[in-house]
Design a binder for this molecule. Structure first.
Ligand code: SAH
Length: 227
């Protein structure tokens, strides 16, 4: 459950880095949601990055995590999480598990997180990290998350952490009434973080800040070769 002490701060270095990250990279840039700041102040980001980059875990940028993929900049994780406005009773779908870092942040805020990753090796590593940290309210799956998770739909919140050419309609259809989706949408080289709120059969879309994500590959995403 959201209030469980799922993740213990494992060392002083990480704890100090998190305090600094929250102040300098999140709060100073306008992220003020106390629950988001607390969640990001608690998840040990250094456990989600490759061992060789552990000491860069709290740098103000994205990091390569293997297989051509990246872990997002902390500010982007904070921004998207705040935009998602996650409540303690919410069931959340995440598309693009990657390292599982964003998953762990969401797991502190929501009742349950369903996360889909297309690359089996990343999905496996993320599941192991989450289990090692005692995060119990996450369900992982390997597959094409651009098509959502029909068996578990609808979701109160949906977050896409890979860049899509357009807002995937299949995902919008898996939102509850009043549900919110946040996704990077645009060209391969740059996107905007779009927020969509569902009201019955209508979808209210608002573009947010610019960003650059690796591509969403799949039925409602790009082809493997980028077209
Ligand atoms: N949120 C992650 C970063 C994600 S990087 C983190 O915190 O570490 C984007 C991820 O989306 C990559 O791992 C990529 O393999 C995955 N991805 C791309 N297309 C996908 C799809 N259709 N379904 C599921 N995962 C996808």
């Amino acid at each position: 459950m959201a209030d469980d002490p799922q993740i213990t701060i494992d060392d002083e270095w990480g704890a100090r880095q998190r305090v600094r990250m929250v102040e300098e990279q999140l709060r100073a840039r306008g992220i003020s949601d106390a629950r988001v700041l607390a969640a990001m102040g608690a998840v040990p980001r250094e456990r989600f990055v490759p061992a060789s980059t552990r000491f860069q875990a709290y740098d103000d940028g994205a990091l390569a995590v293997g297989e051509g993929q990246t872990i997002s900049q902390p500010y982007i994780v904070g921004y998207m999480t705040a935009e998602l406005d996650v409540g303690a009773e919410h069931r959340v779908l995440e598309v693009g598990t990657g390292t599982g870092y964003q998953t762990a942040v969401l797991a502190r805020l929501a009742t349950r997180v369903y996360t889909v990753e297309r690359l089996p090796r990343l999905a496996q590593a993320a599941a192991e990290t989450l289990a090692a940290l005692g995060v119990a309210n996450v369900v992982t799956r390997v597959g094409d998350g651009s098509l959502g998770w029909p068996e578990e739909a609808p979701f109160d919140r949906i977050i896409v952490t890979a860049g899509a050419p357009g807002v995937p309609q299949t995902l919008l259809n898996q939102l509850t009434d009043g549900g919110i989706l946040v996704a990077p949408v645009g060209e391969l080289s740059s996107q905007r973080l779009v927020r969509v709120v569902r009201r019955g059969r209508t979808f209210h879309e608002r573009p947010g800040i610019g960003c650059r994500f690796v591509k969403l590959i799949g039925g409602e995403g790009w082809n493997e070769n980028g077209s």
